[in-house]
Design a protein around this ligand. Structure first.
Ligand SMILES: Nc1ncnc2c1ncn2[C@@H]1O[C@H](COP(=O)(O)OP(=O)(O)OP(=O)(O)O)[C@@H](O)[C@H]1O
Ligand SMILES: [Mg+2]
Length: 306
C-alpha cells in the first residue's frame, strides 16, 4: 500500500490503482490452513492482457527429466521451500531460471510443475505478443509485469524468450528492441521479489551473454535418451501395456524424438485402444505411429530454411 501511495504521488495513478487491486486480490485469496479450493489470482485491468494466470496441479514426478535437470529443479524447490529462513540470513534463494532446449522437451511443463509443487499461481507472459501488441510501450508493460511479481508471488513464465533476446544487434534493430532488452535486463537484475522468474527459449545461440548472466541457473533440456524414453513410455502406458520387451523395442523406434512427439504417439495409440474396446495398446500400432513421427521430423529437418 505504501508503494501504491508513492506511485500515486509521482503521478502514476494507473499503476497505483493496479497495485491496490493486486493487494485486494491477494487478500481475497488468503488460503485457510485447512485447505479447500484455492481461488485463482486473476490479473486485473491492463495486467489481464499481459499475463495468463492458472493454478497448475502438475508435479515434477509427472515428468521424465534428465538427472542434471532434475537436480537443478529440486534445488530450486528446496531453496524456495526455505525462502524465509534463507532471506533472514541475508541469502538469496534461486529464482531466476533460464530453460534452454529444443521444442517439446518440457520447458513449459517445467514452469507449470514448479508452480504446482510450490502451490503458487503460474503467470504466463507471451513476449512475442507483448512486443508486437505494445510496440513503443513494451518497456512500460514489462515494468507492470515485474511490479506484479513483487506483489503477487507466483511463477512468472516468459515464454518464447528469444523474441526479446534475439533482436539485439540484428539488422532490423531500430532501437526499440534494444531498449526493451536493456530495460528487461535492468528489471530482472533489480527484481528482489519472492516470485520465480522463468524464461524459456529454443535458440540459446542468439541470446546475449548479458542475458545469461542475469539468471541464477541456466537449465538445458535435450530430447530423451533411451533410458528416459523407456521411462516416458512406462509412465503413460503402464495401464495399457504389460510387456517390458515391447517397451524396449518401442524405445528404439522412438529414438531421436522429443518427449512431446512420443507423448502424442502414445496418446494416439491409447485413443485407438479405447475406441476399439481393447485392453492393451498394440505395440505394432504404436511402433508405426512413432515411425510416422520420425518421418515428419526428417521431412521438416530436410526442408530448406527460409
Ligand atoms: N520431460 C517431459 N516429461 C514428460 N512429458 C513431457 C516432457 N516434455 C514434454 N512432455 C510432453 O510434451 C508436451 C509439450 O511439452 P512442453 O510444452 O513442455 O515443451 P516445450 O519444451 O515448452 O516446447 P516448446 O519449445 O515448443 O515450447 C507436454 O505437455 C507433455 O505432454
Ligand atoms: Mg514451451
Amino acid at each position: 500500500m505504501q508503494m501504491a501511495a508513492r506511485e500515486a504521488k509521482q503521478g502514476h495513478g494507473k499503476l497505483a490503482e493496479e497495485l491496490r487491486e493486486l493487494i485486494d486480490a491477494a487478500k481475497e485469496r488468503q488460503v485457510t490452513p485447512g485447505g479447500g479450493a484455492i481461488p485463482i489470482a486473476r490479473p486485473r485491468g491492463e495486467l489481464a492482457g499481459l499475463l495468463t494466470a492458472s493454478y497448475p496441479t502438475r508435479k515434477l514426478t509427472d515428468m521424465v527429466l534428465a538427472q542434471p535437470v532434475e537436480e537443478s529443479l529440486q534445488r530450486v524447490l528446496k531453496e524456495q521451500r526455505h525462502l524465509s529462513k534463507l532471506r533472514s540470513h541475508g541469502l538469496h534463494p534461486r529464482r531466476k531460471l533460464l530453460l534452454v532446449g529444443p521444442s517439446g522437451t518440457g520447458k513449459t511443463m517445467t514452469a507449470s510443475a514448479l508452480a504446482g509443487e510450490l502451490g503458487i499461481p503460474l503467470f504466463v507472459v507471451r513476449l512475442d505478443a507483448l512486443i508486437t501488441k505494445f510496440m513503443g510501450e513494451t518497456a512500460a508493460k514489462l515494468r507492470q509485469v515485474f511490479d506484479a511479481a513483487s506483489s503477487t508471488r507466483g511463477v512468472y513464465f516468459f515464454d518464447e524468450f528469444d523474441a526479446i533476446g534475439s533482436h539485439r544487434g540484428t539488422a532490423n534493430d531500430v532501437g526499440e528492441i534494444r531498449r526493451i532488452l536493456n530495460s528487461f535486463l535492468l528489471m530482472i537484475e533489480q527484481d528482489e521479489s519472492n516470485s520465480l522468474i522463468v524464461a524459456a527459449t529454443n535458440h540459446p545461440g542468439i541470446l546475449d551473454d548479458a542475458l545469461f548472466r542475469r539468471f541464477d541457473d541456466v537449465i538445458e533440456y535435450h530430447v530423451p535418451n533411451p533410458k528416459e524414453i523407456q521411462a516416458l513410455l512406462r509412465m503413460r502406458l503402464a495401464p495399457y501395456l504389460k510387456s517390458s520387451k515391447s517397451i524396449r523395442e518401442l524405445a528404439a523406434a522412438a529414438d531421436g524424438l522429443s518427449h512431446a512427439e512420443i507423448a502424442r504417439a502414445m496418446n494416439d495409440a491409447i485413443k485407438e485402444t479405447v475406441m476399439h474396446d481393447l485392453d492393451e495398446v498394440s505395440p505394432d500400432m504404436l511402433g508405426a505411429l512413432l515411425l510416422s513421427r520420425q518421418n515428419v521430423r526428417q521431412r521438416s529437418a530436410a526442408a530448406p530454411v527460409k
